[in-house]
Write a protein that binds this ligand. Structure first.
Ligand SMILES: [Zn+2]
Length: 303
């Protein structure tokens, strides 16, 4: 659940380099080929090739790859008025991950690739609107009183600070795990109504129902950056997976890790509970890309 909004502004993406892909493309079936040319186009600049999708949905991850021979330059992407760093990877050259929040403006947006702070290339990206559902919340008086409890301002500052964590080393390589098997009770992006009034922001994660005490697993290797009790989130754990990816586990009955601790993929970080603003035992799972909340369902299919 967790009603408070503390996400940063959104980002986006575009294009693709085809040269190395042509032999593989010939093996694709016609439908796949048509899809590829409709949505992923090559962009060539003077010095490098860019690979990026020409459209992205609200809540999705926009991934940009570019080849750039000079390794001692600062490369970043400016999208939706926000600058996001690119990281040099062994496999693809430079890579930049951009989180598109549920409330990103739909339509065409310009993305700029910056080298040492100056714009080198502009790419047009279409942000596709998603019909996020509306959900009516019913809270007990006791849980509702948490919404006005003193000390919330300080907590929000602590959470925002944790979300700004960005270790330069990537601790993820293969697929991300689901933290828990269970019934999905609320989707990312839902707009909430409480006592007949719309609440600010949107649901910034996925609610997965499970019996109290069920173990919750870390979705990948990483370092614990937050493990504490908060008014709305209840017992919460946040894990930094490196290069801008952070996972968050809310409403736990018990926290099993401590800040600074290294965790492996699949390692238990806590147990399912209903602490904070929650109506029944469940895990609110949040996924953040450079502090922007994205739909966790996309992360489970990434990279
Ligand atoms: Zn939730």
């Amino acid at each position: 659940m967790s009603p408070t909004s503390y996400q940063a502004a959104p980002p986006r993406k575009n294009s693709v380099s085809l040269t190395k892909n042509m032999s593989q493309i010939k093996r694709f079936q016609l439908v796949t080929l048509l899809f590829f040319f409709l949505f992923v186009l090559p962009i060539y600049s003077n010095d490098f090739k860019i690979q990026i999708s020409s459209s992205v949905k609200q809540g999705e991850i926009l991934s940009l790859n570019l080849s750039e021979p000079a390794k001692n330059k600062k490369i970043s992407v400016l999208f939706l008025e926000r600058e996001t760093p690119c990281y040099l990877t062994k496999e693809t050259g430079w890579e930049c991950l951009i989180g598109i929040p549920a409330d990103a403006p739909a339509g065409n947006q310009s993305l700029a690739i910056l080298i040492d702070g100056s714009t080198q290339t502009l790419v047009n990206i279409e942000i596709v609107s998603c019909p996020f559902p509306m959900e009516t919340l019913t809270l007990t008086q006791e849980k509702k009183s948490l919404l006005t409890q003193k000390g919330r301002d300080i907590e929000v500052k602590i959470i925002k600070e944790a979300l700004r964590t960005e270790s330069k080393t990537r601790s993820w390589d293969k697929k991300f795990l689901k933290p828990l098997e269970g019934k999905i009770e609320s989707l990312y992006g839902e707009k909430r109504v409480l006592d007949g009034k719309p609440m600010a922001g949107f649901h910034r994660g996925l609610d997965i129902g499970a019996p109290k005490g069920t173990p919750i697993k870390s979705i990948h290797h990483g370092t614990v950056i937050l493990a504490s009790e908060f008014i709305e989130e209840g017992n919460m754990v946040m894990i930094d997976h490196g290069q801008g990816i952070i996972s968050a586990y809310l409403h736990l009955s018990k926290i099993l890790v401590a800040p600074g601790q290294k965790v492996g993929q699949g390692e238990p970080v806590g147990n399912v509970g209903s602490t904070g603003i929650s109506t029944s035992p469940h895990l609110h799972f949040g996924a953040y890309i450079h502090s922007t909340p994205i739909d966790p369902l996309y992360l489970f299919n990434f990279p």
